[in-house]
Design a protein around this ligand. Sequence first.
Ligand code: HEC
Length: 154
Amino acid sequence: MRLTILALTIAGATTALTPALADDIDGAIKARQGYYQIVKHNAGALFGMAKGDIDYDATKAKAHASNLEALANMTTSSMWPQGSSKADRPGITRALPVIWSTFPAIKDKHKAFADASATLASSAGDGLDKLRANIGALGASCKGCHETYRSKDF
Ligand code: HEC
């Protein structure tokens, strides 16, 4: 009897959960915004060191750049479901509908970010001059995507 109740409970929980997870558009939006907050945290430290606002530290610079490379290599497609643009979910996302209507064009912008991160991962720990030489491409990659695919407001 106990087992039957447990089995029924699990079966009920599974059917209730599966569609909820698959359709969790707001959760996907939160996840990608969290992803970019982690990107910003790591990129911000590198920008700060390059500008001289933060003391250059080779170990930290290399770690931040390696984190960016790892983030850039993550598979994030599940965070961009259909129906999650600013037009579908105004007020909670800045992702413009053009992302979906011109897909996969945005992938080129992501590639610029991935390439800049890979270059930094193999150079940011080799001195401030190396970091400074390669940081511009990273900043340009953020801007390059945002100006086309991210709205200024929610
Ligand atoms: C391939 C495109 C792309 C690249 C490259 C990119 N971003 Fe973004 N970013 C977006 C989009 C789209 C959003 C809006 C997400 C949303 O609101 O759903 C966003 C949002 C953000 C946010 C706000 C997250 C929040 O909490 O709402 C920050 C911060 C951010 N990006 C920082 C960066 C930085 C720093 C870089 C470069 C190191 C970068 N992004 C590179 C597309 C990109």
